[in-house]
Design a protein around this ligand. Structure first.
Ligand code: CP
Length: 306
């Protein structure tokens, strides 16, 4: 079976194929009759052990647009709350013969564990602080849509890099596409040695944002911090919040991105989040197209094994 476990395993050609497929499927989401029979008869289980608004909904919509049967399973309303293990849950879902499982889990590597034990395709919808490949792909699609290219662009990714699966997936994918990636955040939120993956590391946000084509803000993951938050939220907003003055340091036509959910007034001011350089809702719209492409390709298209 084909799996999408991370952008680390995808080649530049795989990424181009996924983005081109997403572009060609995008039209379906804007039609009056939003359905094609491509995945009729396929069953997709969305297995979410962590909260989600955008990813779960857009995978469900993507599956429905392609006529697949989509089923949502949320850990908090499943027998996981009675102590059922991931392996037992997987075996029981397997017995119902799904074709694709889309999985989000708080443990890094959980989708890989599942992929080794189950006889269907697995798509990682976010595993701990490890990877969130469909997010990185929709980010690339959004950048390509607005800039007409990826190669040579400079992106500043600012925030809690240590806990960000989005930053990791973006870093792998963007460097493969020839983009220059700047990672910025307080030292307490920057994983040591991350520059070995091809990023330039900044602790000063003004330096990171200066002349960037893309400014991507990340949420502080309060649910993944230890007991003390360093810096405090107030200091963080002052040092690493994107406001109009900071954005003015980037290129005049720079776009502002955020994977969501937003902490308004912490990492991004409402003025910027809702401003004319913001493409945050384009990211969400592109999420449906990218997830249609991933479902189509793992169900029989031509993406290489990952
Ligand atoms: N960007 C993202 O993954 O959002 P959700 O957590 O709401 O799915």
């Amino acid at each position: 079976h084909k799996h999408i476990l991370g952008t680390e395993q995808l080649s530049r050609e795989d990424i181009e194929l996924i983005l081109d497929t997403a572009d060609s499927l995008k039209e379906i989401n804007s039609r009056e009759i939003k359905k094609v029979p491509t995945l009729r008869g396929k069953t997709i289980v969305n297995l979410f052990y962590e909260a989600s608004t955008r990813t779960r909904t857009s995978f469900e919509i993507a599956g429905k647009r392609l006529s697949a049967d989509t089923i949502n399973m949320t850990a908090s309303t499943s027998s996981v709350t009675k102590g059922e293990t991931l392996e037992d849950t997987a075996k029981n879902i397997q017995a119902m013969k799904p074709d694709i499982i889309v999985m989000r889990h708080s443990a890094s590597g959980a989708p890989h564990y599942l992929a080794e034990r189950i006889d269907c395709s697995v798509i990682n919808a976010g595993d701990g602080a490890h990877e969130h490949p469909s997010q990185a792909l929709l980010d690339l699609l959004t950048i390509r849509q607005h800039k007409g290219k990826l190669e040579g662009l400079t992106v500043a990714i600012v925030g809690d890099i240590t806990h960000s699966r989005v930053a990791r997936s973006d870093l792998y994918a963007m460097t493969k596409m020839g983009m220059k990636v700047r990672l910025c955040g307080p030292g307490t939120m920057m994983p040591p040695g991350i520059e070995r993956l091809g990023a330039e590391v900044f602790t000063d946000m003004d330096d990171a944002v200066r002349d960037a084509d893309v400014v991507m803000m990340l949420r502080i993951q309060l649910e993944r911090q230890g007991k003390t938050l360093l810096p405090t939220l107030r200091e963080y907003a002052r040092l690493y919040g994107l406001n109009p003055a900071r954005l003015a340091l980037a290129k005049p036509d720079a776009i502002v991105m955020h994977p969501g959910p937003l902490n308004r007034g912490v990492e991004i001011s409402s003025y910027v989040a809702d401003g004319k350089q913001s493409v945050i809702l384009d990211q969400v719209e592109n999420g449906v197209a990218v997830r249609m492409a991933l479902l189509y390709l793992v169900a029989g298209g031509e993406a290489s094994e990952s």
